[in-house]
Design a protein around this ligand. Sequence first.
Ligand code: NAD
Length: 523
Amino acid sequence: MATDLQIAVPKVSSVNPATGELLRELVCAGELEVSAAVARAHAAQRAWSEIALQKRVAVLHDFQSMLQQKKSQICEAITSETGKPVTEALTTEVLVVLDSARFLIENAYRLLRDESVPHGNIVTKLKSGRLLHEPYGVVGIISPWNYPFAIPATETLAALVAGNAVVLKPSEFTSLTALELESLLRNAGLPEDVFQVVVGGGATGAALVHSQIDKLVFTGSVATGKRIAGAAAERLLPAVLELGGKDPMLVLDDADVDVASSAAVWGAFMNAGQTCLSVERCYVHRSLYNSFLKACVEKTRALHVGSGLDPVTDVGPMIHERQLRIVESHVEDASARGARVLAGGSRLQQLGANFYAPTVLADVTHEMRIMREETFGPVLPVMAFDTDEQAVNLANDSEYGLAASIWTRNQQRGERLARYVQAGAIMVNDVVSCYGISEAPHGGVKSSGLGRAHGRFGLEEMVRLKYVDTDRMPGMKKVWWYGYGASFARQMEGFVDFQFARSLAERLRGALRAAGVVLRKRL
Ligand code: NAD
């Protein structure tokens, strides 16, 4: 019987944030589609993990060449969905992925090959140990919209080279960029179903967390991360959580004001401040405070805000209205509590709905939301300090701990202070760029997350360690097996003394008491 009832199919819309133009609508994957994708990934993974590592590396090589050739197309896709300047799409996304592939191509064999585990204790000398790095199976990746290519691609390449299959749930705002990644990998010769994209919002992500994946790599906000950690804990699903940040920048009294102010402006406004490693709090020594602020304001006013597709643009739009409202509310709260707005401080309606002026705030305090909550927008809040100790205390007075930067002409002083700042990465005299160093681990402490991406430690997140121990005397019963008794207890006490007593005499007495343990009768 015909019916008027129409079941609404959940969809996600990919929209250009600079213009509001609808780029494409895509149907969300539901629970059934997600579990079917994960089942297909499991079926494909075995063969993928069994081919020689060199062949997996060859796929990465082909992917790298293809990405280098198609860089303009990929950058345009990224800019269309996020609004960021094409130049940033190239330098902070495509370049990062190309170099991450380079790192894995150069190092995967060394880092994934079996390792021997030499034994130090005399009792275990007759055994040989080996460490195997086995793929988990299917790795689920859930990623955000702010780096829609670099984040999922770098994690995917590490997972794939280690022999895993991957099911990626990209942000609902940047599905098309994820589909570009899928197409690149397919054209690079990756077998079918070894990498799949499931499109959708939070519900699709939740379905992936509850599916039969073997490991989860999540990047996103602390709130979602905590929800996911709870769901993962229920089934002891191992999870890497790359969460939010509120990165401090410490400008010490011997810093170069011109260089540090340029860094602050770039670190706060690149990607319209929507970077987990953005400079979100800036602390400047009181002796430099006014000159630093003056330089920041001048440099901020010189920035060109507009469409990311325009090559002269420095700062593009924000991703959507919800994010913009957070920024607005933080700036309003700060001004109401006494912060001075030295530049920006409002929307740029004439450019489009999602544009917010790069903003410099002075005289902020830790009572203001702008210094406590992640703003994730183009705002540079600046505060003065008097001593290095005070600067470190201010930096550590945060629930977050992703990264931080210290600015000084004295490298040793910077490195010494770095030991006291609570964060996953500290940069001395640079900001943000540690994410682009393929050898460096990326990840936070405190609420900024668990586990690491990138480099050796990122690759190690993609493998299970298996220890294989082989006894070289298969015909010999072990001395510690049954057949206990008073004399065995004495012998073993002697053996403990022989190994661990501090005085030589006691050790020798122990050795004499232990003699004969090898010959004793065992069950
Ligand atoms: P978000 O937490 O809103 O979403 C992240 C992803 O999780 C999206 O794909 C979303 O669809 C999915 N999701 C939402 N609810 C879910 C659920 N219940 N179960 C499973 N998946 C779910 O974050 P966002 O707005 O996309 O990204 C911005 C945040 O990400 C910021 O806090 C930023 O600092 C953080 N981030 C962190 C890093 C890092 O490396 N530490 C990098 C980039 C962004």
